[in-house]
Design a protein around this ligand. Sequence first.
Ligand SMILES: N[C@@H](CCC(=O)N[C@@H](CS)C(=O)NCC(=O)O)C(=O)O
Length: 253
Amino acid sequence: MAAPRPRLLEFSLSHFCEKARWALDHHRNQYDVVALAPGLHRLALRRVDAKASWVPVLVADGVTTQGSDAIIDWADARDPARSLTPSDPAAAAEARRLEQLFDDGFGRDLRAVLYAMLLEQPDVVIALWAAGQPWWVGTFYRLLWSQVSLGLRKLYRLRPERVAEARARFDATFDELDALVSDGRRYLVGDTLSRADLAAAALLSPLVVPAERPWQPNVPLTADVVAMQDAYRSRPGWAWVEGLYRGDRLVGG
Ligand SMILES: N[C@@H](CCC(=O)N[C@@H](CS)C(=O)NCC(=O)O)C(=O)O
């Protein structure tokens, strides 16, 4: 009997999950996506023995791998010829350093900035979270919205002063990306696609919303998110993300 396909437990809208999907697609993995509803996902994670509460989680050959960085390691180990981690040790260290920088400044900090805006508009968040889920999920969020939004504010540390700090770190990270790509390079480290590229582009994708990103929002972006887009649209890093998605976002196995 054929071994079951790997399963990726994820949130469709999550940029960390997009980073993991991109890695799996780059390596031409065949896998099934299990789209979970934020908050309600913890039960499913417990069932696969995940240690932390977050997605993405990959379950393959009976082994659970949690986190986009660990999933890249998993995919690279199975298909070294298309590794997203450079073989040269110094380049590998630089790719991992940049990945960490973008995980923080674009992954964590951009998420804080966007949720601080979106939580003012529960209908938008509920529409995004409930898309593709059973019919009762939207009703569940609507009924429990005050607890749900409080939980999210705690989880992602959305107090105004924290969000202001996150915005400042996001800006500094964007400056670093601009500085790297201003010489017109296609890839951040060396001559091939690496985990640094995936981290920067996937984690900025909630702001840039590249047409080639497989998941697209099912509701229009809110006015404050569009205003934020307008503030960064002319930056070199923005064009670089769009170019990387156009040229390197393989989809499907
Ligand atoms: N370091 C992790 C971060 C993953 C992460 O923060 N995931 C968020 C969604 S974007 C999540 O699952 N949040 C829900 C929770 O933590 O319970 C990675 O690289 O995958």
